[in-house]
Design a protein around this ligand. Structure first.
Ligand code: THU
Length: 161
């Protein structure tokens, strides 16, 4: 038996003004997107914004339903929009922000379903997708690759016979 330890590398910023102009713009896009969330049941609006290599930005928000499982998170709305629009330009980064006064110290981070989906988009992307998580009070954490958020994840490689 060999016990192993997995380390996760991420960057921590105290405020948006510590980010590059491009990253701070993407965080703002994600915050602003929260306005179009449909979250009457959770009262927890979330916005996601992805920036492509051609500099275009696609946003997504959580969309809920009286039949709760029908709802979808902001991250998947943004990625499925990218796919539905048949975009081919590489995805560079995704910012995720929630808008209400959030009680936890760390920014909210993508749920397990979204981690699974973001990781598959990353595998089909020609390079890593950076993840930027913004806290309503200003602090930000970033990851160089979506795969960092899903260690030991399941992928299409596991299906090959
Ligand atoms: N939600 C997101 O959209 N993204 C996340 O990263 C976490 C959770 C949504 C799902 C649901 O509409 C609401 O937030 C509360 O869970």
């Amino acid at each position: 038996m060999a016990e192993k330890i997995l380390q996760i590398r991420f960057q921590h910023f105290e405020a948006v003004n510590e980010l590059s102009i491009e990253d701070s713009k993407l965080i703002k896009e994600a915050f602003d997107a929260c306005l179009s969330a449909y979250a009457p049941y959770s009262a927890f609006p979330v916005g996601a914004a992805i920036i492509l290599e051609d500099d275009s930005i696609i946003t997504g928000t959580n969309q809920e339903n009286a039949s709760y499982p029908c709802g979808i998170c902001a991250e998947r709305t943004a990625l499925y929009t990218y796919s539905a629009l048949r975009k081919t330009s590489r995805i560079m980064s995704m910012a995720v922000c929630c808008s209400r006064l959030y009680p936890n110290e760390w920014p909210a981070s993508p749920c397990g379903l979204c981690r699974q989906v973001i990781t598959e988009f990353e595998q089909n992307n020609s390079g890593p997708i950076r993840i930027l998580l913004g806290h309503p009070q200003g602090q930000i954490i970033t990851f160089d690759s979506a795969s960092t958020l899903l260690p030991f994840g399941f992928s299409s490689k596991d299906l090959s016979r």
